[in-house]
Design a protein around this ligand. Structure first.
Ligand SMILES: Cc1ncc(COP(=O)(O)O)c(C=O)c1O
Length: 375
């Protein structure tokens, strides 16, 4: 017996966890292109870069104490820049509960030859945050994109810490209200919650991170694209649109479009509300099906952006079958779990996705599940 196909498809079946869905209404013709073909150091180029920084500051509710700049290499580039320039001054703790956090452990151990204290947890769990020694520099992902587990809040970060907190916040920014007083370094890329392009990273530095940069000389060489210091002082220009090297102004314009969309939607609260509504719509789908579950055990630390689901009895081949059928039907793109994560589904619920599309996805998941079972 075959299951009938649902009548309605999601209007925008873009549920990938990165690059994520473009904002509703986006099209390439809508991007401002006046600065393309011009120097990024022209008055116009610098003004557009500054506009992008100003919009991000507004939408992140970033306090004046924190600097924000655009750097090369997407989120990876921004986070590695922070590691390479600031680590080595004091002991390091790395928290790892999924693939990307584990990647920063590899960097710390194998590349920087540090001997970090590593607090690990399996996919679906968080390590015991109470074990963190804040005399250390502490590296963690705010939202683990590949397991769907996030830190619940910033309460576990000591207010009077000696070490620096380094948050890889790429799938957390614009989706959660971040406590900036607890964050010394944060990084992200536009390709996640903004539905922007990869390629550039965003680096946020609190005052204690700047102090570290100014007083610590790393024991290893720094490539030019990691250099934030010039003539013994912080290169302040980086935080005013004077990028270290040439940025893609097309990617910058694309990010500006998404940020202006976010302002028109109602600003930071609207982004948070859209994410909440999407995650709630998906939660209702999961609750109504005994064959679907959440990989993240504890609702308090369950991601609202990269929501990872278990599928009863499914192995990798089963998930491949389900997700290929959904893609062929243009019902859902790119919803298989990450390659290193347990086989399952991962559905992006960030602000650029529409809740009606999540709702429309439910019957399609039923259809694909039954088709894969009967295959
Ligand atoms: C938590 C986390 N860190 C880092 C990355 C790498 O980001 P990028 O490809 O923008 O460098 C990702 C991408 O999915 C991620 O989810």
């Amino acid at each position: 017996m075959t299951t009938p196909k649902p009548d309605t498809r999601p209007a925008r079946p873009y549920f990938s966890s990165g690059p994520c869905a473009k904002p509703p209404g986006w099209s390439p013709e809508k991007l401002a292109t006046g600065c393309l073909g011009r120097s990024h150091r022209s008055r116009l180029g610098k003004a557009r870069l500054q506009h992008c920084l100003d919009l991000m500051r507004e939408l992140l509710r970033l306090p004046a104490s924190h600097r924000i700049g655009i750097v090369p290499g997407s989120d990876t580039g921004a986070f590695e820049l922070a590691m390479w320039t600031m680590l080595g001054a004091r002991p390091v703790t790395c928290l790892a509960w999924e693939s990307f956090g584990e990647g920063w452990v590899t960097d710390a151990v194998k590349q920087l030859r540090l001997e970090p204290n590593v607090l690990r947890a399996d996919y679906g769990q968080l390590p015991d945050l109470a074990q963190v020694d804040w005399a250390h520099d502490v590296l963690f992902t705010w939202n683990g994109t590949t397991s769907g587990v996030r830190v619940p809040d910033g309460d576990w970060i000591a207010a009077a810490r000696q070490g620096l907190s380094f948050a890889d916040a790429t799938s957390a920014v614009f989706a959660y209200d971040l406590p900036w007083d607890k964050i010394d370094v944060a990084t992200f890329s536009w390709q996640k919650v903004l539905g922007g392009e990869g390629g550039h990273g965003v680096l946020i530095l609190g005052p204690r991170a700047v102090e570290r940069l100014e007083n610590h000389t790393p024991a290893w060489p720094l490539p030019k694209i990691f250099r934030l210091m010039a003539k013994g002082a912080l290169a302040e220009g980086v935080f005013k649109g004077e990028t270290i090297n040439t940025p893609s102004m097309l990617a910058v314009e694309d990010a500006i479009w998404a940020l202006e969309w976010a302002v028109m939607e109602g600003g930071p609260n609207a982004l948070l509300a859209r994410t909440e509504a999407n995650a709630a719509a998906l939660d209702a789908i999961v609750a109504a099906r005994d064959w679907l579950g959440h990989l993240a055990a504890d609702p308090a630390s369950r991601s609202k952006t990269s929501v990872c689901l278990t599928v009863a009895g499914a192995d990798e081949a089963f998930i491949k079958k389900m997700t290929s059928l959904l893609e062929l039907e243009d019902a859902a793109y790119d919803i298989a779990s990450y390659r290193d994560a347990p086989p399952g589904l991962r559905i992006w619920c960030g602000a650029t996705v529409d809740a009606e599309d999540i709702e429309a996805l439910g019957p399609w998941l039923d259809w694909a599940y039954e088709e894969a079972r009967s295959a």
